[in-house]
Design a protein around this ligand. Structure first.
Ligand code: SDX
Length: 402
């Protein structure tokens, strides 16, 4: 119909772009960033070092890392007006709504980074100036992501915003701004900061997932990257995507305990409910991130004490992995199945969990956005449809329609 080559609802098996950033083998449970296995990065790298790798293609030298991390941490301050914007939300606003709005608002404070105002080709020119302008927006968005998220956290508690600290790391700064105990020598517990940094690393990028595709769909119109990242944040918010880590906890609480797992499994099989944190469009075996996160949970629980919901989660996982319904559909735990248990142990409110997914995923979104801009001949993403409506028919007036 009309020269359409492929009809593939939901892009179930359609490649929309070529990319050298992340490789996934869903059958083997392989995830690599620029060729490096996620297991090695999680063990040996840090979030900001992996961010550099995702953005620029190679692990940084010491000098490159120092420059990059200094630039990012130099851009953690936000314009004073953002305090009024975030402060204007109700205390019970979902923090992902706040963050989505805040990313879009950031764009209004960087007009020079807005192609609609500064000239269309500012990111797709093959010049040093274009690269520097692009990098400056990237540093701003990564640096400000933790400040905006911390502001959303504090606003809902009716507490003053905390200015970004000097000389702290990315995860440490985030923890400092969220729960500053008004102590001059406040330092997050090393286990907590390390766990959060590794969780950020594990959530940084995942190929052409729904939110990355949203960023490129919007970014392909050459809009500013703040608006494109805001679109990605909105996509991630959904319970089928990044909102699943929040949905898992609500599910585990509603189940009530391991003894109620069989009944819940039957409800899933009757399609009355979804098993949140299970299943994946690409992984038809265990999500390698889920395996790593499960181990991080033990480190955190050693410090905070075990969350009783873990028993329900493990009972649910074990029951599903043995059940033909899940086996035949190749449903396994994904990145969201255990992560919420850790965030809960670290004291975050349940509806804040997707924010802890969005903050690190800003890096992956920007890596894909940068790759698209550097492809120079950016084609606007305009998918086709298969028309199933009426054939041609003549208009009839209201009187004849009675
Ligand atoms: C993320 O894409 C990415 O990479 C995403 C992500 C990333 O890092 O960016 O990995 C992060 O979003 C992880 C996924 C988080 N979402 C959830 O945990 C929500 C629960 N999962 C499902 O909604 C579902 O598995 C999806 C959305 C993740 C994938 O959906 P698909 O690929 O469209 O698969 P589908 O819905 O067509 O399911 C196929 C079958 C169906 O049954 P039948 O119609 O054949 O009878 O499997 C069933 C589905 O009903 N099914 C589930 C299920 N997931 C799929 N049944 C119960 N519980 C589930 N979780």
């Amino acid at each position: 119909q009309g020269g359409i080559r492929v009809y593939d609802p939901g892009y179930q098996n359609t490649a929309v772009i070529q990319s050298s950033i992340t490789f996934i083998d869903g059958a083997k449970g392989v995830l690599r960033h620029r060729g490096y296995p996620i297991e090695q990065l999680a063990e040996k790298s840090t979030f900001l070092e992996t961010a550099y790798l995702l953005l620029y293609g190679e692990l940084p030298t010491k000098a490159q890392y120092t420059l990059f991390s200094t630039e990012v941490m130099h851009h953690t301050f936000v314009h004073r007006d953002l305090e009024d914007i975030i402060g204007s939300f109700r205390h019970d606003a979902h923090p992902m709504s706040i963050l989505t709005a805040a990313f879009a608002a950031l764009g209004a404070y960087s007009p020079e980074g807005n192609p609609s105002l500064a000239g269309q080709k500012i990111y797709t020119m093959d010049t040093e100036a274009s690269l520097q302008l692009m990098d400056k927006q990237i540093f701003r968005l990564i640096g400000k992501s933790i400040t905006l998220a911390a502001m959303a956290y504090r606003m809902r508690q009716g507490r003053q915003f905390v200015a970004p600290p000097a000389n702290m790391g990315f995860a440490d700064s985030f923890l400092f701004m969220m729960d500053h105990l008004n102590e001059t020598n406040y330092r997050p517990h090393p286990t907590v900061a390390k766990a959060l940094d590794t969780l950020f690393l594990l959530h940084a990028d995942h190929e052409m997932n729904a939110s990355a595709a949203a960023v490129l769909q919007v970014g392909s119109t050459l809009v500013d990257p703040y608006s494109a990242v805001s679109a990605g944040c909105a996509a991630l918010y959904g319970p089928l995507h990044g909102g699943a880590n929040e949905a898992v906890i609500r599910m585990l609480i509603s189940i009530g305990g391991p003894e109620n797992v069989p009944a819940y499994i039957e409800r899933v099989k009757r399609k009355e409910v979804v098993l949140s944190g299970f299943g994946h469009r690409i992984y038809v075996s265990a999500d390698p991130r889920s395996t790593i996160i499960r181990k991080i949970a033990d480190d955190v629980f050693a410090l905070t004490g075990k969350d009783p919901l873990l028993d329900t989660a493990l009972a649910l996982r074990d029951a599903a992995l043995k059940d033909e319904y899940f086996i035949s559909r190749k449903l396994y735990p994904n990145v969201d199945f255990f992560s919420g248990l850790i965030y809960r142990a670290l004291g975050f409110p349940t509806d804040f969990f997707p924010v802890l997914f969005a903050v690190p995923r800003v890096v992956g979104w920007l890596a894909h956005w940068r790759q698209l801009m550097l492809s120079r001949n950016v084609k606007i993403w305009r998918p086709r449809q298969v028309y199933t409506g009426e054939g041609e028919r003549a208009y009839i007036g209201m009187k004849e329609r009675e």
